[in-house]
Design a protein around this ligand. Structure first.
Ligand code: ATP
Ligand code: FE
Length: 350
């Protein structure tokens, strides 16, 4: 079975080709990023993103086919992100996928973007159900128990910002380049994580919910206090602020992971995905949490942790096997909570 996957829910236009012959092989995965287009605005501008997706979808599909050495006629099914995300981008992808499915007379499968992230450890490591997943990116932060391709239970998540967003804002506060995650991590290497006593939000409360917006404000205050005292920030001040902030994020995510894992039975592993999972300090802490519970720790390669279409093709493959087929009435859903994928869970109070 050969699937074409399309992704356009945020600021990456992506196409991938996945072949499954018992095991899944990524034949091609093309990602066209838009960071440059949005850089001057300090955030993703929906109209600009939608236009770029519409312009680039055909190109990334062509490029993916080219890499894979296939023609459209050799594609058996088309999987596309149908939400959640920026409506213009999701619509561009859904319309492109409908056009291809209709023209080729092949099945169309609408995929939840978050399911794509959450199922990636199966694509990359063949991780068996059930497992616990921490999805930690620029737009999301949640713990999911994954029992099947359409059976997700949210065990907790951020009540405000996502950690990636906090890394990006801290970078802005300190005058470091975007995306903030990598630049803050690089600065933190030479910093003292104990110099600034930053808060560990929500650790005093039970459960696995998280909060990051107060942490970002605390960094701003700490910066201003240093500037007030010395009329400027030295490179060391900046490194210490980065290291202290990163340590706070790490501590909170590690402790909340421990709590999310606590009491879960039968898990085959603890997996992470999302751009923030690239952070080495965080990875090491999470790995330790998993080891403490005798669970394998699974972190997919970075290119498959951030937005891509291979994960969409893979989630489409699992849905296809479960019998999912969508029609020309497939709609784009800007909001689509993952734990509502399974009709069995709707109304269960989660
Ligand atoms: P989503 O996919 O949830 O809609 P997104 O597209 O912003 O959101 P990703 O592409 O998965 O998410 O990740 C990007 C985020 O990851 C950015 O906020 C970036 O700062 C952060 N990030 C990348 N590398 C690192 C790192 N080494 N440490 C911390 N954060 C990082
Ligand atoms: Fe994503």
């Amino acid at each position: 079975l050969t699937l074409l996957g399309l992704e356009s829910s945020c600021d990456d236009t992506a196409a991938a080709i996945l072949r499954d012959d018992g095991t899944s092989h990524i034949l091609a995965s093309v990602v066209s990023g838009q960071t440059d287009l949005h850089a001057e605005f300090g955030g993703v501008v929906p109209e600009i993103a939608a236009r770029a997706h519409a312009e680039r979808l055909d190109l990334v599909v062509e490029e993916a086919l080219d890499h894979a050495g296939l023609t459209l006629a050799e594609i058996d099914a088309i999987a596309v992100t149908a939400g959640p995300g920026l409506i213009g981008g999701v619509l561009s992808g859904v319309m492109a996928a409908k056009g291809l499915a209709f023209a080729l007379g092949k099945p169309l499968i609408g995929v939840n973007h978050l399911a794509g992230h959450a199922l990636t450890p199966r694509l990359t490591h063949g991780l068996a159900y059930p497992y616990l997943m921490l999805l930690v990116s620029g737009g999301h932060c949640q713990f999911l128990r994954v029992d099947g391709s359409d059976a997700f239970t949210r065990l907790g998540g951020t009540i405000d910002d996502a950690p990636g967003e906090a890394f990006d804002k801290v970078a802005r506060i300190l005058g470091l380049p975007q995306p903030g995650g990598p630049s803050v991590e690089a600065e933190a290497l030479g910093g003292d994580p104990a110099r600034f006593a930053l808060p560990r939000p929500l650790l005093d409360r039970p459960g696995a919910d998280l909060s990051f917006s107060g942490l970002k404000t605390a960094v701003l205050r700490a910066r201003d206090a240093v500037i007030a005292k010395k009329s400027g920030l030295t490179a060391q001040d900046r490194a210490d602020l980065c290291a202290s902030f990163q340590a706070a994020v790490r501590d909170v995510l590690a402790e909340k992971s421990r709590r999310a894992l606590y009491g879960q039975t039968g898990l085959s592993g603890f997996a992470v995905a999302g751009g923030v999972a690239a952070n080495q300090t965080l990875r090491a802490a999470l790995e330790e949490v998993a080891a403490g519970q005798d669970l394998p720790f699974v972190a997919p390669p970075l290119a498959l942790c951030t937005d891509n279409a291979a994960m969409i093709a893979y989630a489409g493959l699992e849905a296809f096997r479960c019998g999912q087929r969508d029609g020309m009435d497939l709609s784009a859903r800007p909001r689509w909570p993952l734990d509502l994928i399974s009709p069995a869970l709707i109304g269960s109070g989660r």
